[in-house]
Design a protein around this ligand. Sequence first.
Ligand SMILES: Cc1cc2nc3c(=O)[nH]c(=O)nc-3n(C[C@H](O)[C@H](O)[C@H](O)COP(=O)(O)OP(=O)(O)OC[C@H]3O[C@@H](n4cnc5c(N)ncnc54)[C@H](O)[C@@H]3O)c2cc1C
Length: 382
Amino acid sequence: MMIRNHYTPELEAFRDSFRTFLDREVAPHRARFRAQGMIDREIYRKAGEQGFLCYWVPEEYGGLGLADYRYDQIMQEEVAEILESGMWMGALNRNSPPYILKHGSEEQKRHYLPKLASGEMICAIAMTEPDAGSDIAGFKTRAEPRGDGSWVLNGSKTYISYGIIAELFVVAAKTNPGNPRELGLFLVERGMKGFRNGRKLEKLGFHTQDTAELFFEDVVLEPIHVIGDASQGFTYMRGGLAEERLTTSGQSLPWSWKAIALAQEFVTQRKAFGATVADFQNTKFKLAEMRAEALACQAFLDHCVDLFNAGELDQATAAALKLKTTEVQGRIMDECLQLHGSAGYMQEYPICQLYQDARIFRIFAGTSEVMKIVIAKDMLGR
Ligand SMILES: Cc1cc2nc3c(=O)[nH]c(=O)nc-3n(C[C@H](O)[C@H](O)[C@H](O)COP(=O)(O)OP(=O)(O)OC[C@H]3O[C@@H](n4cnc5c(N)ncnc54)[C@H](O)[C@@H]3O)c2cc1C
């Protein structure tokens, strides 16, 4: 196997403590989480207490000040080991809270960041709407200024991860009726008058992570709820989406490795035609191809993590990473399930759950087609 000089002994020690946390707090309860359709909210509070949430928040705002993405990468690798999609630390840490640190006011940072780092609050990102996902210019949710620094928010969002349990939402809304690309990012707190949840949505996979609809009806937002310049949301999101796409890749690849390991184990035990499935040349070639593809993705991912840590991960490279790792993941899941035969189609075999959970990776955080548009625009300027 490729030697991977990506982690320091300090990071490996962090891995040990996160693994211990998962073994103690999460793994024993997985069946219950699945039956109830989501993880206990309390788990995230415990994760915050131990420094696993928003650890990158500077110490002055209640975090650990560890500005190294590899901590998230390690957590993503460990979560894949226990096959628990509800513990998507990367999404909790990276998809929405950074908007507050990067673009928020001093007052917002002091008010919200300590709560996010401690797990007192969970923050979700709310962009997608019933009528517009890929096409951001098609958003209908709108915020109108009231002339005294406050705004009023109307509209709805859907498919929002952690939509049921989150206490805080970064909501994208149009702020200029004359310009569909002029957006603001607003902070909406659970409990605000006019905000309500819709359904908890039933999904193909990700059964222990809640996904929901959100509705906003004349929600009054004070200046502390406006992130930065309310006309610059589109620009803010461009930077944020590169981070979200890195995070999507960071979670998808460890799942691919896990699927390969499961298939490898299965084929060495399963017998057919007087041999094991591992003896067939087709099986060997499939496993070899998958390892080669995963290794190439690993090198690309680790490189992008280094770029991100150096503040140099651009939109198009993040899109290429997401496109490559998630398309490879799709092929790997399919091949690994195939190698299991009908057992792979049974819920009691972990490959079945991985296959279901993985399907969304080519869709959320921007579909594969949208990734191609971003890459081509960087190449051709159109
Ligand atoms: C489990 C889950 C969790 C999610 N979590 C969140 C979340 O936390 N926050 C959030 O805001 N959203 C979330 N989403 C929503 C997700 O990000 C969007 O659904 C996704 O971006 C695609 O948008 P859409 O469904 O509107 O598809 P559409 O935009 O309607 O696209 C439909 C199809 O058309 C294709 N298409 C669209 N435009 C083009 C084009 N120009 N050229 C070629 N093909 C095109 C797409 O690739 C796709 O295949 C989540 C979704 C799921 C299922």
